[in-house]
Design a protein around this ligand. Structure first.
Ligand code: KIV
Ligand code: ZN
Length: 521
């Protein structure tokens, strides 16, 4: 590589490219919490959203721009005046704002999506970049579907974007089509053929349709990319984006080979990954590199023997360096408020007084039920108490009975009592094919909300027979997939919380704007 001490900037797009994928939607408050976690992780830039796409996205970007410090806050816009102005308005108050404009450049997209000639596409790109540049100093230009674009046309539009004021040129493999040697050669070609190439940072944005997103991003770095766009846990459109944790650890573990480094605090990788999967309810596969539960598990006798002699025999990185804590057992029922605050801080949660009080009360209740409270339990508590802080239905009583045999007296039955946002109390009961079916029917009767449930699953938060259960419900609301999650030592109670999580999101989304703003604050 030309530059032996190359610094690669990490641009996280979990809140934009990631969040727009099925099962990953987040509320504005959840986005804000996650944006803080990304800044603590040390990302150079975080893409907070696409303000012109919805009021909710605009509000979330505003809150992030006002509060998050330490990382550039970027927002996405098509090359349309309205989109670009919406970005600038949403970014007000940001310490380091960036507007990211994009337009499709491949022949397929030019003809079938845009109906524009090459010249018209360049003209729009120049308009978009120049307008953004009049509003902020930091402008990124993306050539959508770049990897299926004629290289000489790509060089032409990138040259025009630099002349119009772009400071970062992003080359997306929008459909995950490229291969490592091809993308490396393309970056080398662009760096040699784009006019004034040294005035901009070249960036890779790889999708994972062929499972090559990380490999392709690493190859792009070999070709001269100095920014990589990625997401935590690799979430994103279809098969996802380049997984941040994998890319960062590949650069670190193979630093002599790549000669490149990032400013990511790798010990925050596992907590950030876990935070995202708790917020979205999207579990990380056990054998996922770096952040999966099995990533450092050694089961075979031969491997265990080797590990006992020397860890390096079967481990290329240390679990603690990516944030797996050595000892998972942290708290018990005698632990105090200050110890809880300390441990939460180590897990990346800085709670204000009211939130800490809510979490401490929930911790005491949990510690009465469970002998050992693990980090994962604490994370679930914080996120659970966030949900309680929001307006909406809360479960105050639950009774479920079940049986087999098909007689009336063995029919699964559930009764619930809920408190509403306006102080009302509602009680309802229902029967069903099974206890969960009966429970969801009782909740629907009590709230008057019908959910079209697509999937339902329960997993355990930690190990042991007193582990908390985490329930995840995915439902379709107005054609959009929404995920709800709930945690409790009782899996039926966890299931009720997960169902209510979606119902409350649905009510908030339909509430007048003033209530939505209140939820962000
Ligand atoms: O995949 C893609 O092309 C994108 C652009 C909007 C950057 O996400
Ligand atoms: Zn993308």
């Amino acid at each position: 590589m030309n530059d032996p001490a190359a610094r690669v900037r990490i641009f996280d797009t979990s809140l934009r490219d990631g969040e727009q994928s099925p099962g990953c939607s987040m509320t504005a408050a959840q986005k804000l919490r996650f944006a803080h976690a990304l800044a603590e992780l040390g990302v150079d830039a975080l893409e907070a959203g696409f303000p012109a796409s919805s009021d909710a996205d605009r509000d979330a970007v505003r809150a992030i721009a006002r509060e998050v410090r330490g990382s550039t806050v970027a927002t996405l816009a098509r090359c349309h005046e309205g989109d670009i102005d919406a970005c600038a308005a949403a970014l007000e108050g940001a310490a380091h704002p960036r507007i990211h404009v994009f337009i499709s450049t491949s022949p397929l997209h030019r003809e079938h999506k845009l109906g524009l000639s090459r010249e018209q596409v360049v003209e729009r790109a120049v308009m978009g970049v120049s307008r953004a540049r009049r509003l902020v100093d930091d402008v990124e230009f993306s050539a959508e579907d770049a990897l299926r674009t004629e290289p000489e046309f790509l060089a032409e539009i990138c040259s025009a974007a630099i002349a119009a004021g772009a400071t970062t040129l992003n080359i997306p493999d929008t459909v995950g089509y490229t291969t490592p040697s091809e993308i490396r050669a393309l970056f080398e070609y662009l760096r040699a053929n784009v006019r004034d190439a040294d005035r901009a940072v070249f960036s890779a944005h790889c999708h994972n349709d062929l499972g090559l997103a990380v490999a392709n991003s690493l190859a792009a770095i070999e070709g001269g990319a100095r920014q990589v766009e990625c997401t935590i846990n690799g979430i994103g459109e279809r098969a996802g984006n380049c997984a941040l944790e994998e890319l960062v650890m590949a650069l670190r573990v193979r630093s002599h080979y790549y000669g490149a480094h990032t400013r990511i605090d790798s010990r925050r990788l596992v907590p950030t990954s876990r935070l995202l999967s708790r917020i979205t309810g999207m579990a990380v596969q056990r054998n996922k590199a770096v952040v999966g539960q099995n990533a450092f598990a050694h089961e075979s006798g031969i491997h265990q023997h080797g590990m006992l002699k020397h860890r390096g025999t079967y481990e290329i990185m240390r679990p603690e360096d990516v944030g797996w804590s050595q000892s998972q057992m942290v708290m018990g029922r005698h632990s105090g408020r200050a110890a809880l605050a300390d441990r939460l801080q180590a897990l990346g949660f800085q709670l204000e007084e009211a939130a800490l009080n809510r979490t401490f009360a929930a911790f005491k209740t949990l510690a009465e039920k469970k002998r050992e409270v693990f980090d994962a339990d604490l994370e679930a508590l914080v996120l659970g108490s966030d949900a309680v802080a929001h307006r909406g239905w809360r479960l105050s009583r639950l009774h479920v009975s079940t049986g087999a045999g098909g007689e009336a007296d063995t029919m699964p039955t559930a009764s619930v009592q809920l408190h509403g946002a306006d102080g009302e109390t509602v009680s309802e009961a229902a029967v069903g094919d099974g206890p969960v079916h009966a429970l969801f029917a009782a909740l629907a009767r009590a709230t008057g909300i019908e959910l079209d449930v697509d999937s339902y699953q329960v997993s355990s938060v930690t190990t042991g027979d007193d582990a908390q259960g985490q329930a995840q419900v995915i439902a379709r609301v107005d054609g959009v997939e929404v995920t709800g999650s709930g945690t409790s030592t009782d899996i039926l109670e966890a299931s009720a919380h997960a169902w209510l999580d979606i119902a409350n999101r649905q009510s908030r989304a339909r509430a007048p704007a003033v209530h939505r703003h209140a939820a962000i604050a």
